[in-house]
Each structure stands twice: as C-alpha cells, then as structure tokens.
Ligand binder design. Structure first.
Ligand code: CP
Ligand code: NVA
Length: 327
C-alpha cells in the first residue's frame, strides 16, 4: 500500500508525476472541463488540529474529482474519546477509498497508516507538512523557478537552479523543505536559531538524498546570508499548533528572524515570497513583504487544491482497491 506520509516516501520521478497530474488537472479545471478521475470514491478527512486551507482544499478537491469528502473532527470521533488508532483505522478504511489525517505526533500517522487498508495522506503532523510543499513547488513552477525537467509541461524560460532560503523555525515546514529540495535537487539554505534547528535525523536524510540528487543543503543562523541571491524566500509561524505554551519564550528567541524588506532586498531579482499560512504579520514577516509585489501567498494557498488532486489521483492509480462484489 502506497501512503503519502512524507515526501521522502517517493522518488523524484514519482513526485514529478504527481505534479504533472496536478498541472494537467488544474489546466483542465481552468478550461471548464470536468475531471471525474475519482468518481464515486470517498475521502475521509480526520482533523485533530485546526485548519482552513487543508480542509477546504481537500473537500473541494475530492468533489472536483467526482468523489465525496467526509469531514471528521477529533472532537466528534470516538478516536477523540480514546478509541485506539488501530480499530479506528481498520474501521474507517474498510468504508472509504482514501484517508487524509492532520494530527499531532507523526507516530500517530504511522500507526494509522499501518492499520489502514486504503492510502493515508499526511495533512500535517508535527514532523512534516508534505501537501503544502507540493503546492509550494507548483507555485514555484508557475513563477518560472524550478529544476528544469522535461516531464513538466511548463514555461521554457525558468530559473533552473533555484535557491530557496527558509528563515525561522526548524519545524514541520523546514523538514518538508529539506525533503523536497533533497529529492528534487535544488539548493536550500536554512537560517534557524541554533536551538530550533531541524533534528539531526531529518538533516541526515536530506544530506543522504542530496548525494544522489545534487541538492545543496546548508544550515546557519544568519538570515541575511541565506537571503543573498535567493530565488524564493520563505518562512513560517514561530509558534506552531501545539506549541502555544512556549509562545512567550519563542517570541524572544525568534525576534531577529523576521522576513522584512531588508531581507527581501538581498534576494535575486524576480524572487518570490512564500508562506504556508496562517501568517502573523509583524512577527515572522513584515506587512509590506507579505502584502507586497513579491508575495505569492494566495496563489500558493490556492495551489493546495490542485496539488492535492494530483496526489489523490496518483495514489488511487497506484493502489486501486479492486473491490469485487461476489454474490
Ligand atoms: N497551510 C495550511 O496547512 O493551512 P491550514 O492550517 O489552514 O490548513
Ligand atoms: N508549522 C505550522 C504550519 C501550519 C500550517 C504548524 O504546524 O502549526
């Protein structure tokens, strides 16, 4: 069974195949054509944390593919009252064709996938947010910033050796950038306060991937250094969901890690600003940058819809549950 728990689960070609599907489906949708690739299929969407983009994009995405989405909030599920993951997963997966989960500890996701008879998609865990990264890369492609590859039917002119600078917390977003860059082979510079660097085991995976992909991964504490000549500048909240108790300390520790116009001025001409959202204006990013001409945050959020349709169609084609009705 192929699940989508992290980008590291896939080869470069598989990631590009999903992106190609996403682009084709997006273009079809924009031309007003139907895309009923998952007609009659059901997606269960389990949310143990809040969401705006993930919830709306998956619900609308499965609908646009001809399927049906069921929103399941932790507070309404027996899972939220202590039913074990094993039973919940086996039962839910016996009735639906695909499951998306947003959860706290990544281990919960692994446990869920272990007992699921259908593909499970990571809609964010404390370790990774892979769906966001596919949307981010799709946005980079649309802005002509991507590792040149014939699979993608994209603009001829592009920045074919992109440099991405991630500034801030070494969290699920930073980890996911590490996986994407190291698989696809582009340069990723991370600037994180020392105490908030990505974990060694995640960095080790990225360094190992980079050996074969040609990616360049660097880590430092200097936000101006990473921004120099970058094609994409990105950041994330200083306080992720579940870290609210650390807020006061984090405000102090990250105060020098804001993406502002000075940081953006060091980037390459034509550089774009990305943020997965929700954003906190005046903290990790200044208002003039997030609302400025280089910001692509709305395009990026919108692309969640199309990137995830590509993922769902690809996963379905790999795992087609050929239910045979025998009477
Ligand atoms: N970026 C993102 O996943 O947003 P939501 O938390 O609103 O789903
Ligand atoms: N790092 C953030 C991402 C939100 C989409 C969090 O986990 O809360």
């Amino acid at each position: 069974m192929r699940h989508f728990l992290t980008i590291n689960d896939f080869s470069k070609d598989e990631i590009l195949a999903m992106l190609k599907l996403a682009i084709d489906i997006k273009h079809k949708h924009e031309r007003g054509e139907q895309t009923p690739y998952l007609a009659g299929k059901t997606l269960a969407m389990i949310f143990e944390k809040s969401s705006t983009r993930t919830r709306v994009s998956f619900q609308v995405g499965i609908y646009q593919l001809g399927g049906f989405g069921i929103f399941l909030s932790n507070s309404d599920l027996q899972l939220g009252r202590g039913e074990i993951i094993r039973d919940s997963s086996a039962v839910i997966s016996s009735m639906v064709d695909m499951i998306m989960i947003r959860t706290h500890m990544h281990e919960r996701l692994l446990e869920f996938a272990k007992y699921s008879s259908v593909p499970v998609i990571n809609g964010l865990s404390d370790a990774f947010h892979p769906m966001q990264l596919l949307a981010d890369y799709l946005t980079m492609i649309e802005n002509g910033i991507y590792v040149d590859n014939k699979i993608l039917n994209t603009p001829q002119k592009c920045v074919s050796q992109p440099i991405v600078a991630y500034i801030g917390d070494g969290n699920n977003m930073a980890n996911s950038w590490l996986m994407l860059a190291s698989k696809l082979g582009f340069e990723l510079r991370l600037a994180c306060p020392k105490a908030y660097s990505p974990k060694k085991e995640i960095l080790d995976i990225a360094y190992k991937n980079a050996e074969s992909s040609g990616a360049k991964i660097t880590l430092c504490e200097d936000i101006f250094e990473v921004a120099k000549g970058a094609n994409v500048i990105t950041t994330d909240t200083w306080v992720s969901m579940g870290q609210e108790a650390e807020k006061e300390q984090r405000m102090k520790d990250f105060k020098d890690y804001k993406v502002d116009s000075k940081v953006m001025s060091l980037a390459e001409k034509g550089a774009i600003f990305l943020h997965c959202l929700p954003a906190y204006r005046g903290l990790e990013v200044s208002e003039d940058v997030i609302d400025g001409a280089q910001s692509r945050i709305i395009q990026e959020a919108h692309n969640r819809l199309h990137a995830q349709k590509g993922v769902m169609v690809w996963l379905d084609s790999q795992n087609s549950k050929k239910a045979t009705l025998q009477i």
